[in-house]
Design a protein around this ligand. Structure first.
Ligand SMILES: *Cc1c(COP(=O)(O)O)cnc(C)c1O
Ligand code: SF4
Length: 348
């Protein structure tokens, strides 16, 4: 067995161990484990210092998950509505999601696709072939986002079958993969995997990172390996209360990503997933973060901060108005530090 598989197999899926170690409610955690399973990498478990730790909060079940509020949903992004086959979701005119794996190296407590993990989320060869068929039939598609679960939980061969299958559709102009493995299972990024991936350029990989502490030396090595293979790396971050809803934490995360050749791509307002009320932040927090990054840090450290609208509306940017007013063709702007400047517009 490959080393990364052994490491993944040793991750913690039994909540009793963590409950005992930190004096948590054993019964409640077991109950949660039935709703949305737990999987904690040993490398993370070793680093927890307290239940307030940003790594702890992302992966250890919390009794707050049992509380619900009727606004929170099973399928917050309306993916069921846009489902084109078992594994294809197409919401936009020229791109689609291809859900190829039902597993992750860690289960994030705020996962948007939580519903999928309730029963074992099994994707069959037939599902994959139907997905590939859809991609070949739909000539309007320009890019395919391979997601899941985590696509890197598949074997190299299974992943290559998918990449090759997509690549043979001539209308597809680039492939994207979404993964969390560089931060939670960096051993997965083997030389062999990267050598295979390189054959499928232009390939973009978007990596889920929420806190600077996730970027360990092993993670840096995994990122370097991917970047050295010419793969363009981007990041996706979920804004989470008590974890990264702080301009200082967010700025440090963006900088650590840039230092490791990952271009910050998206920060998401936390989706309305059932049992995640304790992670939600108000919109003004998102705006505060945008304002703390814009101008105060390199433009490269400014990802798009978006809300993926409930019901399937897609992503919309959270905006901050720098335009204060307009008068007689003059636009009154406030810059990043609050000073006013006037821009004369041209007449239409
Ligand atoms: C997020 C998403 C995409 C990709 O959106 P981009 O803005 O192009 O990164 C595509 N399809 C679905 C269903 C999505 O949720
Ligand atoms: S890695 Fe992604 S798909 Fe997997 S549990 Fe976390 S958020 Fe969900």
């Amino acid at each position: 067995m490959e080393n990364w598989k052994k490491i993944a197999a040793r991750s913690l899926t039994d909540t009793d161990v963590v409950a005992q170690k930190f004096g948590l409610d054993i019964e409640k955690l077991r109950q949660i484990n039935k709703i949305f399973p737990c999987r904690i990498p040993r490398s993370w478990m070793k680093r927890f210092t307290s239940p307030q730790d940003p790594l702890f909060r992302q992966c250890v079940p919390d009794p707050a998950e049992l509380q619900n509020n009727k606004e929170l949903l099973d399928d917050p992004l309306g993916e069921v509505r846009f489902k084109k086959s078992e594994v294809i979701v197409q919401k936009y005119p020229d791109r689609c999601l291809f859900l190829v794996s039902g597993e992750c190296a860690m289960y994030c407590r705020f996962c948007t696709r939580k519903r999928k993990f309730q029963q074992p989320f099994i994707i069959t060869q037939k599902d994959i072939d139907e997905g590939l068929h859809y991609i070949h039939q739909h000539r309007e598609l320009r890019d395919v986002l391979i997601s899941g679960g985590d696509p890197f939980m598949l074997d190299d061969d299974a992943l290559e079958y998918i990449l090759h299958g997509i690549k043979t559709a001539e209308h597809i102009r680039m492939i994207r993969i979404g993964t969390r493995t560089p931060g939670v299972l960096p051993e997965r990024i083997t030389a062999k995997l990267v050598k295979m991936l390189k054959k499928y350029h232009p390939l973009y990989i978007n990596i889920h990172f929420n806190h600077p502490d996730e970027i360990t030396p092993a993670t840096c090595r995994a990122l370097k390996r991917l970047a050295d293979a010419g793969i363009v790396l981007g990041s996706q971050t979920v804004l989470l209360k008590g974890i990264n809803d702080d301009p200082e934490v967010m700025r440090e995360l963006m900088w650590k990503l840039l230092e490791n050749r990952v271009r910050p791509y998206y920060i998401f307002q936390c989706d309305l997933v059932y049992g995640t009320e304790h992670f939600r932040t108000p919109l003004c927090k998102a705006q505060e973060i945008i304002q703390a990054l814009r101008g105060w840090s390199s433009g490269m450290a400014n990802p798009h901060l978006v809300i993926d609208l409930p019901g399937g509306g897609g992503k919309v940017p959270v905006s901050v108005d720098y335009l204060q007013k307009s008068e007689n063709g003059k636009l009154f702007y406030r810059n990043y530090c609050g000073e006013e400047y006037i821009y004369p517009d041209v007449e239409v």
